[in-house]
Design a protein around this ligand. Sequence first.
Ligand code: ADP
Length: 263
Amino acid sequence: AEESLRQSQKMEAVGQLTGGIAHDFNNLLTGIIGSLDMMQRKLARGQQIDVNAYVSAAMTAANRAAALTHRLLAFSRRQALDPRPVHVNRLILGMEELLRRTLGETIGLEFVEDPQLWLTRCDQNQLESALLNLTINARDAMPDGGKLTIETSNAHLEDAHEAKLRDVMPGDYIAICVTDTGVGMPPEVVNRAFDPFFTTKPIGQGTGLGLSMIYGFTRQSGGYARIQSEVGKGTVVKLYLPRYHGEHESSQEPAPAPLALQP
Ligand code: ADP
């Protein structure tokens, strides 16, 4: 719980940082567009202008924006993935307290675990961030209260093509299904929800990075993510992570004795 709390504080800091960068970036773009627009209008009116002054103002802002992007990229690279075998049920149980506190008193939380859940292999911190982000989104979608259900299950993908999923391999996955009874999303929002910086929240509240980071994390882990949503009914976000075969459930199990060669 201590670790999860630290993680949540870190995520909040990340949110503020990226939100701040998005805001600064936007301001710089506004400056660039403003300079170009002014120049274009004056030229159209046949006015004499100091082209050089406008171009260098736009250039300065563009260079600053490029420097910001570099900083953001350097930051995201620092959060390198550290994939290890993960017991997802255990991980979720460890976060329960934090998730309940995040949801507040008007939103219920139910965890439906598959006791036979396979192991997966992924970066545990990133998975925790993903679940916290989904919980925050769900909370925001249920201002008048509601219910959040987190369900785990084993999933076998027979045929990626049939499932209309490009770049996804058929095979065994574990599924984490996060369902809320909130406001839902119209199809045009569902279609853009994974895009970086796409948000419908007021400036300063949404960064538009939560779902895009979740998408990136699942893809980098060899899995995938999907959203199903209906306006007025609620939203389901499903994360699929690949089954991990390399290690048995119980680490106490003795390693198989090496075969002795008989002379
Ligand atoms: P942010 O939460 O900062 O806006 P996200 O990438 O997490 O960024 O989400 C993008 C958008 O997707 C949100 O602004 C919201 O419109 C929509 N969204 C995400 N999760 C939900 C949800 N559980 N219910 C309804 N809409 C959602």
